[in-house]
Design a protein around this ligand. Structure first.
Ligand SMILES: [Co+2]
Length: 192
């Protein structure tokens, strides 16, 4: 795969369609500057600010952009909220559509054929492999990303986090908890 990508990049460069330096800047930006910490800030804000949470429900793109996170692959954001009765899981069955401005670049497994097909066919099996066990009466809802719409899961705020501020809350929000293949971390013992 790496060889094929390099060959493609060489051809496109020779034809003058891409500038390798611009490509490097883009990749570096999403790999080192933009990543799941952005999404974690969104979630932590939603956990502490009811007005912001309602804004997210109404117009996630604008609410997320208000924190400074916007741009390509995040033009049309939808936030799906986990509740005791519904767990949300995000996939792109067709390719690897992913909300770059809030989560950075997608993990390899997200782009893999088995995840893309099994997330739809047997979401509970996939969740179990990620170590996520849900109550039997929790419904699993699978959201298929497209070039138009990108989803961000708003996980449930973990119990025992009442005294934590936004920074401490954001530290509990994992990338996978915003894709739906994970849950937020438990708070450190002294905070409980
Ligand atoms: Co896609």
């Amino acid at each position: 795969m790496e060889l094929r990508v390099r060959a493609l990049e060489t051809v496109l460069t020779q034809k003058g369609y891409i500038d390798p330096e611009a490509l490097d800047v883009l990749i570096d930006t999403y790999q080192t500057r933009i990543g799941p910490r952005n999404g974690a800030r969104v979630v932590a804000r939603a956990w502490t600010d009811r007005t912001y949470r309602e804004w997210l429900r109404r117009d996630a793109t604008a609410a997320i952009a208000s924190l400074g996170y916007s741009g390509r692959q995040g033009e049309h954001m939808v936030v799906v909220e986990n509740t005791p009765t519904q767990h949300n899981l995000v996939v792109c069955t067709l390719c690897s559509c992913y909300p770059w401005p809030v989560l950075g670049l997608p993990p390899t497994w997200y782009k893999s054929a088995p995840y893309r097909s099994r997330a739809v066919r047997e979401p509970r099996g996939v969740l179990a492999e990620f170590g996520v066990r849900l109550a039997a009466d929790t419904e699993v809802r699978v959201w298929d990303s497209t070039a138009e719409v990108r989803y961000l899961v708003l996980p449930m705020r973990p119990p025992g986090t009442e005294g934590l501020d936004e920074d401490a809350l954001a530290a509990l929000v994992t990338r996978d908890s915003m894709i739906g293949t994970g849950l937020p971390l438990a708070p450190p013992a002294r905070a409980r």
